[in-house]
Design a protein. Structure first.
Length: 377
């Protein structure tokens, strides 16, 4: 992959003399981004974005959205996504829909998100198909329609989007709108497992079940805690916005190792965004079976198993890397109403004030995120 990337850069250098001034500026931004000089990339792309280049506008938005080299600025990101989306860039339409769905940089507006995702699906954008499928699965901004959700997941899965492959596997595993089909579920879990830890867990679960147990009750599913939005049925969780850079020419932007930002996931990026098995708040009464580690930590939710807690931590690190990267994961087992939960904890943090600040920033980016400061110095 690295050889292909460098070959591309060398080819760009060879043709630079034949590029127009605008194209040269755009390509210099790509080269700066590849060498992680995000300030220079932003400078080069802003020149062309101001002139109306829709792909440069999209890339500027991605920089502000993901906070590469600068503090994240969803308001500025929305401004540039709006301009690129108005010129028909599918990636910009998808990412702008994410901002509206989550209320980042604007008031939450699910109807507008649906409109943008629908437009992006017409351009073949897999992430938009996935997001729209989640909306139909839950009935968020559109009438609940599991058949339509399955069709959208199917289309995105065929484009090799791991989150959609996982979602489709869960559709067949749980029988959401279809007859349960463990063989079909396995096929999609195996495809997703190459890049998705939750799919690997589902495969392991299938291996523990007899083929005739398609209707057996599955292990408890966590309450959805989407990065953007999450389907109640099927329960796959959505990746965080996965902004991707646009090519210098052509219609829809494409994602590649050289052109995809990692946010959280950004999903492609990490895969980047990988599904986010959601954390849940424990209900009921009861004492913890195991105390949390000493020190001040962030409580980032409770999951039904240690594996899910680890997978959730991996996704959150990718999505909020600037906030969580210095911290280490701990898992504390608790019992509520005869049910066990596993608290996902991150820390230690220097003091409660810093912990509250991290939670504030995390929930500012994702209003649905669970974050509480716990523990003692």
């Amino acid at each position: 992959m690295k050889r292909a990337l460098w070959a591309t850069l060398i080819a760009l250098a060879m043709v630079a003399g034949r590029l127009s001034a605008a194209e040269a500026s755009y390509e210099s931004g790509l080269r700066a981004f590849v060498r992680e000089d995000y300030a220079q990339a932003l400078k080069d792309w802003l020149v062309e974005a101001e002139k109306g280049n829709p792909h440069a506008q999209h890339n500027v938005a991605v920089i502000y959205d993901s906070g590469r080299g600068i503090p994240p600025d969803p308001v500025e990101a929305r401004k540039w996504y709006e301009r690129a989306a108005a010129q028909g860039v599918p990636d910009a339409q998808n990412n702008l829909g994410m901002l509206y769905s989550k209320g980042r940089g604007t008031e939450p507006d699910q109807a507008r998100a649906i409109e943008l995702w629908t437009a992006a699906t017409r351009g073949g954008n897999a992430l938009a198909e996935f997001n729209l499928g989640l909306a139909y699965a839950r009935g968020q901004g559109v009438p609940k329609d599991l058949e339509r959700a399955r069709e959208l997941f199917q289309s995105a899965a065929a484009k090799n989007l791991p989150d959609a492959q996982l979602a489709l596997g869960q559709v067949y595993y749980h029988g959401f709108g279809v007859q349960p089909d463990l063989q079909e579920a396995r096929r999609w879990f195996e495809l997703a497992a190459k890049r998705n830890p939750e799919a690997r867990r589902m495969l392991a679960q299938l291996d523990r079940e007899l083929p005739a147990a398609a209707d057996a009750e599955s292990e408890p599913q966590p309450e959805p805690e989407p990065q953007v939005q999450t389907a109640a049925a099927p329960p796959p969780q959505q990746p965080s916005p996965s902004p991707s850079l646009a090519p210098a020419t052509g219609g829809a932007s494409s994602q590649s190792d050289a052109s995809t930002l990692a946010s959280a996931s950004p999903a492609a990026q990490e895969e980047e965004a990988g599904p986010a098995p959601a954390a849940i708040e424990e209900q009921g009464s009861g004492a913890a079976a195991a105390a949390a580690p000493e020190g001040i930590r962030l409580w980032l939710g409770s999951l039904p198993s240690p594996d899910k807690a680890a997978a959730q931590w991996s996704r959150m690190q990718q999505t909020f890397s600037d906030l969580l990267q210095p911290l280490e994961m701990d898992v504390a087992e608790v019992e509520r109403d005869k049910r066990k939960f596993y608290r996902l904890l991150a820390g230690p943090v220097p003091d409660r004030e810093r912990g509250r600040e991290i939670c504030r920033l995390l929930q500012e980016r994702d209003p649905q995120a669970w974050c509480k400061v716990v523990g003692t110095p």
